[in-house]
Design a protein around this ligand. Structure first.
Ligand SMILES: [Zn+2]
Length: 296
């Protein structure tokens, strides 16, 4: 998930569920091999049997408690939404939906919380993900679990000099599995919260091809990348998400994507050439071949 997606979810949960009391908890109703439950950091990403056993404690730990707050954190394993419940935080990076009282609930889910006003919240992770319930410290972090001093792309600490230094201090000739811009920006959680989806909007904005060789670009291109990162994240958040992604109410965001499945084969919004899609690095890349020329 991108940090923008997490932030949109967090903002919406703030008004949808914070302050509400949980009256019913159903955890692991639809067991999934790649959805992990853990009540202590040492059980994070444990074997399926351990993880599913952990889920049995969620009802006791959540039911009867009030949701006290909502925010976003990230660490070495990616970005997470946090919902604070008593001395613990529900940490998840998984598609999240909210249902008003009386609305039809999903048949399959990994966590369903029902609140005292009859509304519900469901986490349904068809692609897998984590649903942890750790104790938190004063900073709101799960102790020892999210060690990361990497600045959020939304913060002033993620400055142009920080970004240019990150490039300088990375051996671009040794990037794996490819030497490309996509690999530098969106692989291995190098920039937490910059995922393969928001990547394409950033690269369209910066007019840089996802397959261009990172070390073949110059300072101008690096600065354009930085500016695009700083522009796209807050704009997507303000728009309530991308028009290809649903929010917690099931509505698409209003950020008009420029290089996505929605615009494939359609005229580039800058130059009019059709947007193309190619299989690349175990996924797909979308770009405008005219204004995002390949540099090798
Ligand atoms: Zn174009």
């Amino acid at each position: 998930m991108s940090l923008a997606e997490n932030q949109v979810i967090s903002n919406q949960l703030q008004s949808a569920v914070v302050g509400k009391k949980i009256v019913k908890t159903v955890a692991n109703q639809n067991p999934h091999s790649f959805v992990w439950f853990a009540t202590e950091p040492q059980y994070a990403f444990a074997a399926k049997e351990i993880s599913h056993k952990q889920a049995e404690q969620y009802d006791d730990m959540l039911t009867g408690k009030v949701i006290q707050g909502s925010d976003v954190h990230f660490g070495s394993y990616g970005t997470y939404n946090f919902l604070y419940v008593g001395s613990r935080a529900l940490m998840f990076g998984i598609p999240t939906r909210y249902y008003a009282a009386g609305e039809k609930l999903p048949k399959r889910h990994q966590l369903l919380l029902t609140f005292d006003d009859g509304s519900s919240m469901a986490l349904c992770g068809s692609l897998g993900g984590t649903i942890y319930l750790f104790k938190v410290n004063k900073q709101g972090l799960a102790i020892d679990y999210l060690p990361s001093d990497f600045p959020s792309v939304l913060s002033d600490d993620f400055s142009e000099s920080f970004f240019l230094n990150l490039i300088k201090s990375t051996d671009l000739t040794k990037l794996q599995p490819s030497k490309s811009v996509k690999c530098f920006l969106a692989a291995k959680n190098r920039i937490p919260g910059l995922d393969n989806v928001i990547l394409h909007e950033i690269l369209w904005e910066a007019q840089i091809n996802p397959k261009s060789v990172m070390s073949a670009l110059g300072q101008d291109e690096y600065k354009r990348l930085y500016s695009a990162i700083k522009k796209v994240f807050p704009t997507v958040i303000a728009a309530g998400g991308l028009d290809t992604q649903k929010d917690i109410y099931g509505n698409f965001g209003s950020y008009i994507t420029k290089a996505s499945k929605h615009t494939l084969g359609k005229p580039c919004q800058r130059c009019g050439q059709p947007i193309v899609k190619e299989a690349y690095m175990g996924g797909a890349v979308y770009y405008c071949p005219n204004c995002q020329p390949l540099i090798k």
